[in-house]
Design a binder for this molecule. Structure first.
Ligand code: ZN
Length: 129
């Protein structure tokens, strides 16, 4: 298993595909699966378009509209919307590994999603053959 550290901004999606590819290469696994996992409750991992940066911007905008802050929320930390977004996106992604490479579409990238930064974050990559 490989661990990566990240320093995030307030909110955003950070493309971590390069780091995941590197972890898969280092694992030496040729055919198997790769799990990308983040151990946080207000951040997540997702796969989406890597070409047009407006897709990331639109996704963050839509998540903001879908999970607005509400006066009815009780959580004292005041970041319930971030918890909701994190559960919606999920804390991990699984990608197939074939011939030592991630099986991703040309337009797909793996993103670490920050919903309550800035914070020091980390994520793990485990490749199983
Ligand atoms: Zn909280």
């Amino acid at each position: 298993m490989k661990e990566f550290d990240l320093q995030t901004g307030r909110q955003g999606m950070i493309n971590v595909t390069r780091q995941v590819r590197e972890a898969v290469r280092e694992s030496g696994v040729c055919d198997g699966i790769c799990v990308v996992y983040c151990p946080h409750t207000t951040a997540g991992i997702t796969i989406n378009e890597n070409a047009d940066p407006d897709v990331v911007r639109d996704m963050l905008f839509a998540l903001e509209k879908t999970f607005p802050d509400r006066p009815e929320f009780r959580h004292l930390e005041g970041n319930t919307t971030a918890h909701l977004k994190a559960s919606f996106v999920g804390s991990s992604q699984t990608v197939l590994v074939e011939n030592g490479n991630l099986v991703l579409g040309v337009w797909q990238g793996i993103y670490f999603c920050e919903f309550d930064g800035p914070r020091n974050r980390r994520f793990f990559v485990k490749t199983v053959g």
